[in-house]
Design a protein around this ligand. Structure first.
Ligand SMILES: Nc1ncnc2c1ncn2[C@@H]1O[C@H](COP(=O)(O)OP(=O)(O)O)[C@@H](O)[C@H]1O
Ligand SMILES: [Mg+2]
Ligand SMILES: [Zn+2]
Length: 371
């Protein structure tokens, strides 16, 4: 295993078009390159692991490429591209402001900025977590940012845009990176699995993507973790066991019990869940999410908001047909109240059981009202 490279590093995108889920940003950058209308200072904002550093490096490589493709991507073959791809280019300088935030660090950088590139046309300075620079470092940097030499391009990146002072904001072209959609992450994982010769169930990749909460880097780390655990075959069952996620199946069954007004059945199922070591509070939150999913697939206009794999999607659509909207809304009310009261309750298990009893009574309640 000595040659093992974590997927997040092995699969760093090398061209604008392979950056996942940030189309408007990469299109704008390509367009600026095409029209020779590139800003000199950029601010890349967005949470961790969504492609800020990758895009900054691609930009640096592309504007130094001596043989751009028709599609305005780096050729990945010329001398400049090769030095970028091997990490040896002197035209890209990365400063992590989280650990190098003193005036001294910035002065070093400013000294570098004066010197032009030897190969290619631009030197690109990436300052990561720029909000961590000390005030005096910021001030030292402002002048350079205001009047940079022609060959210099600054890309500032931050996870905390609100901490960036207005004088910086007003000097940069700002790009807000999106969290990446579950569907896009799952697809990307599918491609990587294929390249690695790993057989992965689509449902399994969807669960990993959901767990990553919009960060592709996290998705890749979880993916690696699962591969280490279960080898070349990844199943839905492996993933939920490894990540300690409650199987969707429980939620579908609870809803079935609610429709059958089967209080003992739902209490036994809750017992089973607790015995498997799952936290009842998470169960309440997950069940609310399940009802929300049922609600969105009742209408074609919102069906796209359902972020699950294909076979699970079919189950959702099928179950949603058995419920009417008012049932779902009432159930969401019950669960939201249980969620709010959970922390303060002295008998949390009973609280959850009572919520389940209420779910099992909605049908009778509504029939009475309509009688
Ligand atoms: N939008 C994306 N498209 C493709 N891969 C991505 C994307 N975002 C993150 N990654 C993966 O995660 C790793 C870290 O991404 P990075 O660009 O450093 O994120 P950030 O700088 O936003 O924290 C990359 O090497 C790549 O494997
Ligand atoms: Mg980064
Ligand atoms: Zn090139």
């Amino acid at each position: 295993m000595s040659d093992f490279v974590v997927s997040a590093r092995k699969y760093r995108p090398q061209t604008f078009d392979t950056v996942v889920g940030q189309k408007s940003i990469t299109a704008t950058l390509k367009n600026a390159i095409k029209n020779d209308h590139l800003a000199q200072a950029f601010l890349f904002c967005g949470s961790r692991g969504v492609g800020k550093t990758s895009t900054a490096r691609i930009l640096a490589k592309t504007i130094n490429c001596s043989n751009l493709t028709e599609n305005f991507e780096a050729c990945n073959q010329c001398e400049s591209c090769e030095s970028f791809n091997s990490g040896a280019s002197l035209n890209v300088y990365e400063l992590d402001a989280a650990s190098n935030n003193s005036v001294e660090d910035i002065r070093n950088l400013i000294d570098q900025v004066r010197v032009g590139p030897q190969l290619g046309n631009y030197k690109v300075y990436i300052i990561d977590e720029v909000h961590m620079l000390s005030t005096s470092a910021f001030n030292a940097f402002l002048k350079t940012l205001e009047e940079p030499p022609k060959h210099a391009i600054f890309i500032l990146a931050t996870t905390e845009k609100h901490k960036i002072i207005p004088t910086i904001l007003s000097r940069c072209q700002i790009f807000d990176f999106n969290r990446i959609k579950v569907k896009d992450i799952a697809e990307h994982l599918g491609e990587i699995a294929k390249k690695e010769g790993i057989d992965a169930e689509s449902e399994a990749l969807h669960v990993i993507a959901q767990k990553a909460d919009g960060a592709l880097r996290d998705a890749l780390s979880i993916f690696d973790q699962i591969v280490t655990f279960s080898g070349n075959t990844i199943t839905y069952q492996n993933v939920i066991d490894n990540l300690n996620i409650l199987d969707y199946d429980y939620y579908f069954r609870i809803v079935d019990y609610a429709l059958k007004e089967d209080i003992p059945g739902s209490m036994l199922l809750l017992n089973d869940i607790i015995e498997h070591g799952f936290d009842p509070h998470n169960f309440i939150v997950g069940l609310a999410d399940h009802f929300r999913n049922l609600l969105v697939c009742k209408d074609v206009r919102t069906a796209g908001l359902l972020e699950v794999g294909e076979s699970t999607q079919e189950r959702y659509v099928a179950q949603s047909k058995e419920l009417d909207g008012s049932f779902i809304v009432r159930a969401l009310g019950v669960l939201s109240q249980a969620d709010v009261e959970y922390k303060a309750s002295k008998n949390q298990r009973l609280l959850v059981e009572m919520a389940l009893m209420q779910l099992c009574s909605i049908k009778a309640e509504q029939e009475k009202k309509n009688a």
